[in-house]
Design a protein around this ligand. Structure first.
Ligand SMILES: [Zn+2]
Length: 214
């Protein structure tokens, strides 16, 4: 299979509704991109994290983005679980991002995600970034809404384990959640690795709705 490459990607926009979404959805892919590319600009935007969750989000972003030449981490305080009712203010903020940054790659939530906050960010990403490559990451959850992804990023096991280690190190407030477990994160990446015949056994997967070939 001919492989799609991220080699021309320089500017990356990561969008996450909650403190740990970006890391869970595409943390290992970002670690790989940062390892393999010297000259990245990454904007990392978390839309809802207050108090200790905000501190966790910033500390984790700092760890994942270590070594990135140009980066911007923003943690907003939109009200969690109420994004559909706050969509006007959130859309205004998207317009601000769109005026200030032109990403080559946008990483955001899956359009069919059952979490209402996640869906709002996915929809607004498509509204704002009309001529951009958008990949939608997946978040395993109680709702059981995982789909059938169509883009796979093969990943070394070491990077996947680093992602899981960082999740546990930087998000102690989540450690009591029944789903916040090494098996959940590694298991999903192992399944996605199987689905793309990854020689390293692991992968993260994404949904692409539009991909233009040159
Ligand atoms: Zn979330």
């Amino acid at each position: 299979m001919i492989e799609f490459s991220f080699k021309d990607v320089k500017n990356i926009l990561c969008l996450g509704a909650h403190a740990d979404d970006i890391e869970i959805g595409c943390g290992a892919t970002l670690l790989k991109l940062i390892r393999d590319h010297d000259d990245l600009t990454i904007w990392w935007v978390v839309f809802s994290a207050e108090g200790s969750r905000s501190r966790e989000a910033r500390a984790s972003a700092g760890a994942f983005l270590k070594g990135v030449s140009r980066k911007k981490v923003v943690v907003k305080q939109f009200r969690g679980s109420y994004f559909p009712f706050d969509a006007e203010r959130i859309k205004n903020y998207f317009e601000q991002i769109g005026r200030a940054f032109q990403p080559d790659l946008v990483l955001t939530h899956y359009r069919q995600d059952r979490h209402q906050d996640h869906r709002v960010l996915s929809d607004l990403a498509w509204n704002t970034f009309r001529h951009h490559l958008i990949l939608e990451y997946e978040i395993p959850k109680y709702d059981g809404d995982l789909g059938i992804p169509n883009v796979f990023v093969r990943l070394d096991e070491a990077l996947c384990r680093k992602k899981v280690e960082y999740l546990h190190r930087y998000f102690p407030t989540q450690s009591s959640k029944h789903w916040f477990a090494e098996e959940t994160f590694l298991g999903l990446m192992r399944l996605r690795g199987m689905e793309c015949a990854s020689p390293t056994h692991y992968a993260e997967a994404f949904h692409s709705r539009k991909l233009v070939a040159g």
